[in-house]
Design a protein around this ligand. Structure first.
Ligand SMILES: Cc1cc2nc3c(=O)[nH]c(=O)nc-3n(C[C@H](O)[C@H](O)[C@H](O)COP(=O)(O)OP(=O)(O)OC[C@H]3O[C@@H](n4cnc5c(N)ncnc54)[C@H](O)[C@@H]3O)c2cc1C
Length: 461
């Protein structure tokens, strides 16, 4: 831009943003406003957003007016909810959904209806007094909508399926600026596309999700020393096929930071973490877990009977905001060679900038569910790394190297909830099967003809 053009462009931009302000009820911020940072701050400190403007949406009408405003000006639209993803929105209008905070449990129907800004922790609080619980992810700090629009694979997936499997209906604003009600019977193609397609076709304003009858479970984490990594991971591999779908498990190699937030026996150490959630009485859970307790002496055994709302204790994810980067891929099978390949690529003998390399078993209802366009495979490998300088330069290559080592067992797809921008760029379209991707692209073109929403970011258009 020339010196002469800049003041003109700035004046035009200011006028355009004033138009947006007039069209909506929620607050609108200019890109340079100091409050933008606070508005878009979430769990993940890695994104550096550079929006053309930010809207704090207060209703479906706000979202629709903002999408129409952006479309008319050839500007893209991004959405930020509880900020767990590591994507930086640049040169787009960002819609912040935190004011869409409805959270109403219907105990008769056993459902909860949430606004797009609501976290799972609020749903649990509201559901528990009715003897109900929710199919959350590993952390209840994550938003219901961000989780479910990415399929949503959590600590009780074997028994209750993906988060997407429990979604009953949504109110969605599509890229053409329309507000649409979608469900398995109302625009089923769009409903299907929204559950796994993230914001490729629409922005969810409200979602109704089925709750589950669950008051207690037997579960948590058992941490083993790095020296026992091979024995524990191979034992997990043999144990896994003996379990029913009442037991969901995963195993991770963790490189714990030397920080006060980490309990002393784990601080600064590389450990192996077994995660278990058994839906059944304690006496049964003790029996189920006993083979793993005999493999090696744990550093810390935190598996016990817990209230349903304590599901976060299964994975023990960090709760303090951090700059995080994630990737992953689905696996068709896990055998002894898979475990050896994982240990060879990411075992404790290596100094790697990866906080967590995990194998999650999905199985059961997770495999049989049919909702949405997310792949269904029996296992997934997930990787989390801190995204701080100078690691930013090396993390994607190191993490993709670990995924490559597991390629012989991969089905070629990537869980969209764990897909960093670098993974999307390196494996375009890999978040869906060929058939699911073709359907998703078709829906996205129908309801977002100018491609203003997330399709481009997700490598779909
Ligand atoms: C600690 C931690 C634990 C996690 N555990 C799991 C897990 O167990 N299982 C799992 O599947 N995932 C898990 N994730 C990944 C998480 O589900 C995704 O990062 C998800 O996108 C987070 O949603 P958000 O609202 O917090 O994120 P945001 O960063 O606010 O949004 C991320 C993306 O979600 C989509 N999105 C958000 N709101 C809307 C909307 N209203 N309409 C349409 N699309 C929208 C958009 O694509 C957006 O770019 C975890 C992430 C973290 C950091």
């Amino acid at each position: 831009m020339t010196e002469l053009a800049r003041p003109f462009a700035e004046t035009t931009a200011t006028r355009e943003i004033a138009d947006l302000r007039r069209a909506v009820s929620g607050p609108v911020w200019d890109p340079g406003d100091v409050d933008v940072v606070a508005e878009l701050a979430g769990f993940n400190l890695a994104p550096v957003h550079q929006p053309v403007a930010v809207l704090g949406a207060t209703s479906a009408e706000d979202v629709a007016a903002a999408v129409r405003w952006a479309r008319a000006r050839g500007i893209g639209v991004g959405v930020v909810a509880t900020g767990h993803a590591d994507f930086s929105h640049r040169g787009v209008l960002v819609i912040s959904t935190k004011r869409l905070d409805r959270c109403d449990v219907d105990p008769e129907a056993r459902t909860v209806t949430v606004g797009a800004g609501v976290k799972w922790s609020r749903v649990l609080e509201a559901a528990v007094p009715h003897g109900l619980s929710a199919v959350t992810g590993s952390s209840s700090d994550v938003g219901v909508v961000g989780f479910s629009t990415g399929g949503g694979i959590g600590p009780i997936v074997s028994r209750f399926g993906y988060g997407a499997d429990r979604v009953r209906r949504m109110r969605v604003v599509t890229g053409d600026g329309a507000v649409r009600e979608v469900s398995p019977t109302e625009d089923p193609e769009l409903f299907h596309a929204m559950l796994g397609g993230k914001d490729a076709a629409g922005i969810v304003v409200e979602m109704t999700v089925e709750l589950v009858e669950m008051t207690r479970f037997y579960g948590g984490s058992i941490f083993f020393d790095a020296a026992d990594a091979s024995a524990v991971m191979h034992a997990w591999r043999r144990w896994q096929p003996t379990l029913t779908e009442n037991t969901t498990t995963s195993i991770a190699i963790l490189r714990m930071p030397d920080m006060e937030a980490v309990p002393p026996p784990l601080r600064g150490r590389t450990v192996v973490q077994l995660r278990v959630a058994h839906l059944g009485p304690e006496i049964e859970g003790l029996e189920v877990v006993s083979p793993m307790r005999r493999v090696a002496t744990p550093i810390l055994d935190m598996v016990e009977e817990r209230p349903a709302a304590a599901m976060d204790a299964v994975h023990c994810d960090p709760t303090e905001p951090m700059p995080a980067w994630a990737t992953g891929q689905f696996l068709q099978s896990v055998d002894d060679d898979t475990v050896d390949a994982l240990l060879a690529a990411a075992g404790p003998q290596h100094e790697l900038p990866l906080i967590m390399v995990e194998l999650r078993a999905i199985g059961g209802k997770g495999m049989r569910g049919t909702a949405g366009c997310v792949p269904r495979s029996p296992f997934l490998v997930g990787i989390i790394a801190p995204m701080v300088p100078p690691l930013v330069e090396v993390v994607p290559a190191v993490a993709h190297g670990v995924l490559d080592a597991l390629a012989p067992w991969s089905d070629g797809t990537v869980p969209v909830n764990f897909a960093s921008p670098q993974t999307i760029a390196a494996r375009p379209g890999a978040c869906w099967s060929d058939e699911a991707r073709a359907r998703l692209v078709e829906v996205s073109r129908r309801v977002d003809p100018d491609g203003v929403l997330g399709g481009r970011r997700l490598g779909l258009r």
